[in-house]
Every structure is written in structure tokens, then in C-alpha cells.
Design a protein around this ligand. Structure first.
Ligand SMILES: CC(=O)SCCNC(=O)CCNC(=O)[C@H](O)C(C)(C)COP(=O)(O)OP(=O)(O)OC[C@H]1O[C@@H](n2cnc3c(N)ncnc32)[C@H](O)[C@@H]1OP(=O)(O)O
Ligand SMILES: O=C([O-])CC(=O)C(=O)O
Length: 372
């Protein structure tokens, strides 16, 4: 087995976008705490793409640009009606939908820096529209187009629910988007960089990244956390549920991290939000079940909650279906993916590691009639 199975600890790129040192996370040199408490998601995206926060004029121009690209081509809305939407996971729908948006971008194959930056803006603007449209169409509801003057977080909730969200909802959604925007070389970002390292286009990189985020060991864990909470059902069942998982050597979703061994700095914000929102919306028991799970897993395994753990109850309290949790993560992470894609283009070298061959050797071709 290679020394660094799963590329653990292997450094494969220089990056100015985000950094993890111990339990400290920074975006472009700003502490995640500072940004989570103060920043608008749009400011964070601008920071990830430009290595500096925008001034008011730059933010206004960027917000307008995003709004102007937030409505999808009618054919994209229509394509969601072409297949049995009730049987399709939203992450698969978004993966296909995002890939489809490329066909309505006349500069899709233009690989200039300017065109690649424009694609990043289009993708970020279109992700919330894709998630919200799919969610409504599968319920037989009319698509809701974005509303001018709303922030990115507010517009997503508006397009999803068809009514303007409250300040509390917008604040929570904005914070979740900020917290999930980037995370160094996580699996989906690495996937995006590998893809565009072949000089492939931005849409291909983001589509590949969506596929990687979908897995339950990565972004897909937030949906699984909600399924676990539902399965547990009440506080009394937590010990029994966990014991069975431990006995079967199964993982507890939303817990553990490849890099953070002393805790994920994003989790405390999500825990605070979860406590507040579950209390306000009548889901306090889900919060209590969550903290009991976290305490027992810490005690038994020394493992701590990651970003996905408490985000599940935050989304649930906002009335969001559990299979939309990972698509929302994708919406936010599209900012980090595209930042990394642009950074990869700027100083590219094909990413191509090696494998240790451990298969059979010295075989000779046998005609098919001679094979047993
Ligand atoms: C946004 C994100 O992607 S955050 C991560 C989201 N993913 C999850 O929440 C899924 C659950 N967690 C996990 O699967 C893991 O903790 C990962 C994949 C996130 C990171 O794992 P790694 O550092 O690669 O650890 P790895 O999977 O090799 O596990 C090491 C040991 O810890 C155990 N372990 C790790 N996480 C967990 C967990 N959540 N529950 C129980 N045991 C765990 C493993 O079973 C293994 O035990 P062993 O050595 O006795 O076989
Ligand atoms: O960094 C990782 O491996 C996973 C993670 O927390 C993220 O992508 O936010």
C-alpha cells in the first residue's frame, strides 16, 4: 500500500485562495470567523476570485452582474421536465443542468482568461437558479425568476420558496454559504483542478467537481446526517443506534475530517445557528440528538463534527428538503471551485500521479476457445 494512501498530507499545488493550519481556516488571509461574522457571500466570492475584498462600487457592479445572469435559458428549465424528476437526485440534476448551461454560453469554448472569468460569474449566478428550479419543477410548481435588489442568499430562498425570506433566514443562508465557499484542496476542488489541468474548460471542471462533492464521504454527508437523525428519531435511541454503527464498523456521517484532527472551525457557527433555528422552529429535539451523537462519538472515537454535521439541522429548520442540502453546498463551493480553476490555469501543469502496480504479471494471450 502506498505510504500516502488517499494522497493524505501530499502537497500538490501552491495556492493563495484558502489555507488550513491546525484548526485555523483563512480565505485570502482573512480568518473564517471574521468573514462568517461580517461578510456578505458576494464579498467572499469576490475575495476568492480577486485576492481582495471589493469596495462598494465593485460590490455593486458584481451584484448586478450576478443578478443579470441568474435567469436560465428557457430550454434549461424545460429540460427538467423531460425526465422523471421525482426519481432523480437533485445533485445529479444539477450536475447535468450545470453542464447544459455551457451550451447556452456562446463563449463556452473560449479559453482566454477573460472568457474563463466570465464563465465563473455565469456558473455562480446560475447554480441557485438550477437548484431552485429543479426543486420547484419536481413538485409541479411554477419556476420563480430572481428578484432584483435581493442578495445572492436571499434570491436563492426567494426562487426556492416563491416568497421573500425573513432577515433571519437570509442571515443564516448567507453564513452557511460563506462557511462552505472554499476549503483548500478538498476532493471536489482537487477534481476540478485535475480536470482543467488538461486544459479542459471551466464548465467541465465544475461539472466534475459536482460529481465529486455528491459522495457521502464529502459534501453528500450533510444529507446523510439528516437521514441519520430521522432514523434515530428520539433522544433515547441515540446510544443504541451508535453502538450498532460502532459494532458494524460503520461511519457516523458528519463526523471526522481528513485534515482537522482538533475540530473544524466552521462547525461552531453551524452548531450555534442550529441551536437557535431548531429552537425557533420546533426542532429542538433534533438539536439535542445531534449534540448527544457528537458527545458520544467524541468520547468513543475521539472524532469531532465537521461542516456537514450541524448544517443538516440548519437547513432542515429553514424548511429545506434533505436532498437539497448538498446542492446548496455545491452552489456555495462553485465559488471556490472556479477560483481554483482560474488559479490552475494561471500556472498550469498536467496533474498526473503514478500508481504502484500490484496486479498479475507475465500472462500470455490465450485464444478464446482455450479459456476455461
Ligand atoms: C465537507 C466534507 O467533505 S467534510 C467530511 C464529510 N464526510 C463525512 O462526514 C463522512 C464521515 N467521515 C468520514 O468518512 C471520514 O472522517 C473522512 C472521510 C471525512 C476523513 O477520513 P480520513 O481522515 O481519511 O480517515 P479514514 O476514513 O481513513 O478513517 C480513519 C479511521 O477513523 C475512523 N473514522 C473516520 N471517520 C469516522 C466516522 N465518521 N465515524 C466512525 N469512524 C470514523 C475510520 O473508521 C478509521 O478507523 P480504523 O482506523 O479503525 O479503520
Ligand atoms: O477539506 C475537506 O477534505 C472537506 C471539507 O471540509 C470541505 O470540502 O469543506
Amino acid at each position: 500500500m502506498p505510504e500516502n494512501k488517499g494522497l493524505e498530507g501530499v502537497v500538490v499545488a501552491d495556492s493563495k485562495i484558502s489555507s488550513i493550519i491546525g484548526s485555523q481556516l483563512t480565505y485570502g488571509g482573512y480568518e473564517i470567523d471574521d468573514l462568517a461574522e461580517n461578510a456578505l457571500f458576494e464579498e467572499v466570492v469576490y475575495l476568492l476570485w480577486n485576492d481582495q475584498l471589493p469596495n462598494q462600487q465593485e460590490l455593486d457592479a458584481f451584484t448586478d452582474e450576478l443578478f443579470n445572469l441568474m435567469t436560465l435559458d428557457d430550454n434549461i428549465y424545460k429540460h427538467f421536465e423531460l425526465y422523471p424528476v421525482d426519481k432523480v437526485h437533485p445533485m445529479s440534476a444539477i450536475r447535468t443542468g450545470l453542464s447544459l448551461t455551457a451550451h447556452y454560453d456562446e463563449n463556452a469554448e473560449d479559453s482566454s482568461v477573460e472568457a474563463s472569468k466570465n464563465k465563473a460569474v455565469r456558473i455562480l449566478a446560475q447554480m441557485p437558479a438550477l437548484v431552485a428550479a429543479f426543486a420547484r419543477i419536481r413538485e409541479g410548481k411554477e419556476v420563480v425568476k430572481p428578484k432584483e435588489g435581493l442578495t445572492y442568499a436571499a434570491n436563492f430562498l426567494y426562487m426556492l420558496n416563491g416568497e421573500e425570506p425573513t432577515d433571519t433566514e437570509v442571515e443564516a443562508m448567507n453564513k452557511v454559504l460563506v462557511l462552505q465557499a472554499d476549503h483548500e484542496l478538498n476532493a471536489s476542488t482537487f477534481t476540478a483542478r485535475v480536470c482543467v489541468g488538461t486544459e479542459s474548460d471551466v464548465y467541465s471542471g465544475v461539472t466534475a467537481a459536482i460529481g465529486a462533492l455528491k459522495g457521502p464521504l464529502h459534501g453528500g454527508a450533510n444529507e446523510q446526517v439528516m437521514e441519520m437523525l430521522k432514523e434515530i428519531g428520539s433522544l433515547d435511541n441515540v446510544e443504541g443506534y451508535l453502538q450498532k454503527k460502532f459494532d458494524n464498523k460503520e461511519k457516523i456521517m458528519g463526523i471526522g475530517h481528513r485534515v482537522y484532527k482538533d475540530g473544524d472551525p466552521r462547525a461552531k457557527y453551524l452548531k450555534d445557528m442550529s441551536m437557535k433555528l431548531t429552537d425557533e422552529n420546533g426542532y429542538s429535539e433534533l438539536f439535542e440528538i445531534s449534540t448527544k451523537i457528537a458527545d458520544i462519538v467524541k468520547e468513543e472515537k475521539g472524532l469531532l463534527p465537521n461542516v456537514d454535521f450541524y448544517s443538516a439541522t440548519v437547513y432542515h429548520s429553514l424548511g429545506i428538503e434533505s436532498d437539497l442540502f448538498t446542492p446548496i453546498f455545491a452552489m456555495s463551493r462553485a465559488s471556490g471551485w472556479t477560483a481554483h480553476i482560474l488559479e490552475q490555469y494561471a500556472d498550469n501543469r498536467l496533474i498526473r500521479p503514478r500508481a504502484e502496480y500490484v496486479g498479475a504479471t507475465d500472462r500470455k494471450y490465450e485464444p478464446i476457445e482455450n479459456r476455461s
